[in-house]
Ligand binder design. Sequence first.
Ligand code: FMN
Length: 337
Amino acid sequence: MLYSLLKKLLFLRDPEIAHESALRLLSGLQDSPAGSALLRALAGRVSTAPVQTMGLEFAHPLGIAAGFDKDARCVLALQELGFAFLEVGTVTPRPQPGNPRPRLWRFPEAEALVNALGFPGEGMEAVRVRLDSLRESGVLRIPVGVNIGRNKDTSGDQAASDYIEVLDHLHDVTDFFVVNVSSPNTAGLRDLQAVDKLRPLLSALMEHNHARGAKPLLVKIAPDLADDDVIAVGRLARELGLAGVVAGNTTIRRDLVPRAAVLDRGGLSGAPQFPRAVELVRLLRSELAEHQTLIAAGGISSSDRLARVLSLGADLAGVYTAFIYLGPRCVKQLLKT
Ligand SMILES: Cc1cc2nc3c(=O)[nH]c(=O)nc-3n(C[C@H](O)[C@H](O)[C@H](O)COP(=O)(O)O)c2cc1C
C-alpha cells in the first residue's frame, strides 16, 4: 500500500534519479533504530528456509543481485528488508562515472528494465571503508559478497590486473567474490567468457585467492552464451575448483520486449528473462559438482518462479528487477509457498 504510493511517485521520475532517491532513503533509514524498525515492518515477517552452501549460512535462498547497491551504501537496509544475502558492486579499482545518460529505462508492461550504466561507482577503496566498518561494528547478519569488474579505461589485455587488484583489496571484508565477465555495458568485457580467455583469468584469481586464504569465488555469465559455451564454462568452473556460478546477467536480446527494440545499447533484465534463466540452471546443474553453488538470476519475479529454479537445482537466487516492481514486500512475496 505504502510502496504502491511511493512507487507511483518514484516512477514519475527519471529511473536513475528515482534509484538515487531510493538509495538515499534506504541509507537514511538504516542509520536509526526507528528507520530500521520501519524497514522491517514494511518487509513483513519473512519465513526462513536455511541454506548452507559455500561454507556459509543463509537464512533462506533469496538475495539481492549485483548492481542495486554498487557501492555498499545501504547494506543494512537490504538486510532489514529480509534479503538473505547481498552482492555489492560491480566494484572496479578506480572510481568512474559510467556511460553517458540516459542509461536506464523502465518497461513496466513487461516488468523489465534496460540498463547501460557501465559500472558507475566510487571504486574499491570506498567500498572497503564501508564494508570494513560494517564488519567492525558486528551488525551484519547476512553473507555479503563483492562482485568484481574492470575499469572502462583499462585495456582488454590488462583486464586481469584490475580484477586481481579488487580481489586483493577487498579480500578480508567480503564473504565471497563474483567475477563479472558478463555485463554488456563495458566494451570487450564479455569476450572474457570465452574459455581460452576465461581460464587464465580465473586461474590467476584463484591463485591470488588461495594465497590470501581462499574465499568462495564464483563466475557470473551472460544468458546470451550459446548452450555449448555455458556447458564449457560450467566444466571450467568444476576443473578449476571454483565455488560456483551465477547465471546470469542481463541479456542483449531486444525481441523480448517490443518497446525496448529501439534501444541500441544496454542489457535487459526482469520477467522476460525467466525462460532462459531456467535453461541456464538446467545446463549448469548437470555440469557442476554437487558441492558447487549455483546462484540463479534473471526474471525471478514470483514465488512459483523462485520455487522452479530451486527445484531444478539452484542453491540460491538473486533478484534485482523484481525488487524495483514489488518493493519492500519482495522477499515475503517470493518466499511464500
Ligand atoms: C540497473 C541494473 C544494474 C545492474 N548492474 C550490475 C552490475 O553492476 N554487475 C552485475 O554483475 N550485474 C548487474 N546487473 C544484473 C543483475 O545483477 C542481474 O543479474 C540481472 O538483472 C538479472 O536479474 P533480474 O531479472 O532479477 O534483474 C544489473 C541489473 C540492473 C537492472
